[in-house]
Design a protein around this ligand. Structure first.
Ligand code: NI
Length: 319
């Protein structure tokens, strides 16, 4: 109807502007124009309708896309959050209610074997304590740095591996104890540097001159004596207990071989491998200076008895 009126208006305008009269011919023209415009309008409506539909489809697609992007980005956010909370704090991975042991390595560092042991520890998210001697530090400072960087602990095994109780001169005794301690603090930035006296030998006089906790051991693998990986592994498997401090030597290739199996086995048995200081932290709220620790069992409370787990034979590490 509207179209009809519009065409009539056009025809009327024609008459007005060109002075044409409304004839039969004009009526025919009108009909043609009405038909043509009707078709045109129909086509236009169709085009517009199709266009709108296409737009709708596009926008829903876009919405879906943005939803997807939002989902993935939120997933990414959560993963990065998890990473940031777990990565810097290796301690957070330790469950204090579950068994834990402290593997310790004396007489290193050894460029080859200490690094091999660190590789194995890293693979199993395990840590250990390395009691280094002064004469093996020079040129291996990067190994000390790696130990600390990977969450393990560098500890003091004195400058020259002398029997401390036999040193009569106080200045020499202090030098034996503190030279390595100072070097470790310098390289790693550690505040506490646990000390293991060579041959496990200390007396009251020596204890009084040591400014850090003294660490002995509960399980002597005798790795230095047997120089046999299978024997070292068996020794750990037979004697291990929750809170044990295990004695090994990272200067021997056979010990590094054994560690591959020991770490894997301990892991499979549910033992968490922590540093001596971590063991002290979880079991006693920290290690105390002036106390000798041979093990840190969960049920123990009296620190004075800690060293009693140490075996009689303390002649380890004699080369
Ligand atoms: Ni030693």
């Amino acid at each position: 109807m509207i179209i009809k009126y519009i065409t009539r208006l056009i025809v009327l305008l024609n008459i007005i502007f060109y002075g044409k009269s409304y004839t039969e011919d004009d009526e025919m023209k009108e009909k043609v124009i009405v038909l043509c415009t009707s078709i045109l309008v129909l086509v236009l409506v169709c085009v517009v309708a199709i266009g709108l539909k296409a737009k709708e489809k596009n926008s829903t697609k876009k919405e879906k896309k943005t939803e997807l992007i939002e989902e993935t980005s939120s997933e990414l956010e959560t993963t990065t959050e998890e990473e940031t909370t777990t990565e810097p704090e290796t301690e957070a991975l330790v469950d204090p209610t579950k068994p834990m042991v402290a593997l310790t390595f004396d007489d290193g560092p050894s460029r080859e074997n200490t690094n091999r042991i660190l590789d194995v520890l890293k693979e199993h998210n395990a840590r250990a304590t390395f009691f280094v001697v002064g004469y093996n530090i020079d040129g291996n400072e990067d190994v000390l740095k790696r130990i600390a960087d990977e969450g393990s602990e560098v500890a003091n095994h004195t400058a020259n591996h002398k029997q401390l109780t036999e040193i009569e001169d106080d200045a020499e005794l202090d030098s034996e104890i503190n030279t390595v301690r100072n070097k470790i603090v310098e390289v790693t930035g550690q505040e506490v540097v646990p000390l293991r006296p060579p041959f496990g030998d200390v007396d009251e006089r020596v204890m009084a001159r040591i400014q850090d906790p003294v660490i002995l051991w509960a399980i002597d693998t005798l790795d230095w004596k047997t120089r046999d990986a299978a024997s070292t592994v068996a020794n750990v498997q037979e004697n291990i207990f929750d809170g044990a401090i295990v004695l090994m030597h990272d200067i021997h290739g056979e010990t590094a071989d054994a560690v591959v199996q020991i770490v894997e086995w301990l892991d499979s048995q549910g033992y968490q491998m922590v540093t001596v200081s971590e063991l002290g932290e979880y079991r006693r709220g920290g290690l105390t200076t002036g106390v000798k620790y041979g093990s840190l069992k969960p049920e123990e409370t009296a620190t004075a008895e800690e060293a009693e787990a140490v075996e009689e034979d303390t002649t380890h590490g004699e080369e």
